[in-house]
Design a protein around this ligand. Structure first.
Ligand code: PLP
Ligand code: ZN
Length: 423
């Protein structure tokens, strides 16, 4: 039994050839399936990749569609109406590295995406696959950034969106979803409640593609493009270490998959890399499982200012544990106060204003450096996955806005602005 819909399977989606179970390896044809018919394990996309050169990729557009051959999307995807996410800045973070005592540090700044988070990547891939499979509506449960990305992508494609979020989200994320004009539902509950409701709705509406539920195998593949871009922007090299924020865990798992695929395709030289996961202490089920040596992740009730990462029952949690253990990395967590301190450090030392998830990631880098678990001399990339403008409340109480002065030199001098501000 394929537990999802009666929609027909499709023979081919670019170079994708089918779906395989991450638990038992059972394969099924491409289609709107997400759970294994044998063991209910999660499915992922398999491919028959063509021979591909760096030049082929470099000749593509300056967005994720330059990697279309490595994604489950139709070959003409670059010509369709999408938000064209990706190819965001990889910033050489010398100022921050100096402050942290590191040799070579980079920030992959995904706040530069069309709706200011990495979610535009996964949504664009989900939309492409969902359209091919005959879905008519783009939907999601979200912790905020996904809501923005789904509402915008559907508006761009001219289709309906249905977005569900916990009602207590940041006002910036509520407004920047509502503005796109789809069906927008704020729910009295936490993300895990919203996710349950979405799963029930997916069962009732066969032509609604819930990007992170019933088309999740395709959606998740979008995060491989973070790995592809990092390697390409480093001059077709892999970094030694990477620190990635973890909510469901899909982003971390797929960055690792992206590195693996580039290596297998001969597009980068084979070398070891370590993957580190970052959580906020108020929602740290994967970090706890890592610390205790568990293979399973025990769900928690989130309580943290890092609302975008507040998933208490992470679907990819066990696979995050696999990746970090296999590569010699770790998962760690930091308090809300450390998150805010790191958001401010990122802004002050490097000129990048990341959202709370960025503060979590830098906070964990600092913590693991102090613990000797991250090598300060090894080349390191950290992900800034979202924009600080969406989580202003997190920093508002700690940022000092000076008093207003009269427009005179005397007032300027009297207010003490001749000397530099204290850090
Ligand atoms: C800004 C930001 N970073 C990271 C994540 C974590 O992504 P994942 O659920 O793939 O672990 C999210 C998820 O919502 C997010 O919004
Ligand atoms: Zn299975």
């Amino acid at each position: 039994m394929n537990a999802q819909t009666n929609a027909p399977s499709i023979p081919r989606l670019g170079n994708a050839t089918g779906l395989s179970c991450r638990e038992c390896g059972n394969t099924s044809p491409l289609g709107p399936y997400y759970a294994c018919e044998m063991c209910f394990g999660p499915l992922e996309v398999c491919y028959d990749f063509p021979r591909l050169t760096r030049a082929d990729i470099e000749a593509g557009p300056n967005n994720i569609w330059r990697y279309a051959a490595l994604l489950p999307v139709p070959a003409d995807i670059a010509d369709r109406p999408t938000t064209q996410p990706g190819y965001t800045r990889l910033i050489r973070a010398d100022g921050l590295a100096a402050e942290l005592g590191m040799r070579r540090l980079w920030i992959k700044d995904d706040s530069g995406n069309p709706t200011h988070s990495f979610k535009d990547r996964v949504v664009a891939v989900a939309l492409a696959a969902a359209t091919e499979m005959g879905f008519k509506v783009l939907a999601c449960p979200s912790t905020g950034n996904l809501a923005n990305a789904v509402a915008a992508a559907a508006a761009r494609a001219g289709i309906r969106s249905v977005v569900l979020v916990p009602a207590n989200l940041e006002m910036q994320k509520i407004l920047t979803t509502a503005v796109y004009g789809g069906t927008f539902v704020t729910v009295d509950g936490n993300y895990d409640d919203v996710n349950r409701l979405a799963s029930e709705l997916a069962g009732e509406h066969e032509d609604w593609a819930f990007v992170n539920v019933n088309v999740r195998p395709y959606y998740a593949e979008g995060s491989k493009t973070l790995g592809f871009e990092i390697a390409e922007q480093l001059g077709w090299r892999l970094p030694d270490q990477i620190v990635v924020p973890v909510a469901s865990g899909a982003q971390l798992v797929k960055i690792d998959k992206g590195f693996t695929e580039l290596t297998e395709l001969g597009l980068v030289e084979s070398k070891p890399w370590k993957v580190f996961g970052a959580q906020a202490t108020g929602c740290s089920p994967v970090s706890e499982a890592f610390a205790r040596g568990w293979d399973v992740v025990r769900p928690v009730k989130p309580d943290t200012i890092a609302k975008s990462l507040a998933i208490g029952n992470p679907a990819d949690g066990p696979y995050v544990l696999d990746v970090v253990r296999r590569t010699g990395g770790a998962v760690a967590d930091v308090s809300d106060a450390e998150v805010v301190d790191s958001m401010r450090m990122l802004a002050r030392a490097q000129g990048v204003f990341g959202e709370t998830a960025g503060g979590v990631t830098l906070g964990v880098l600092r913590k693991l450096l102090a613990a000797g678990q991250i090598d300060p001399d090894a080349e390191t990339v950290i992900i800034n996955s979202g924009d600080g403008l969406k989580t202003l409340d997190a920093v508002a109480p700690t940022v000092i806005v000076p008093a207003t002065i009269k427009p005179t030199i005397e007032a300027f001098l009297a207010a003490g602005f001749e000397s530099p501000a204290l850090p």
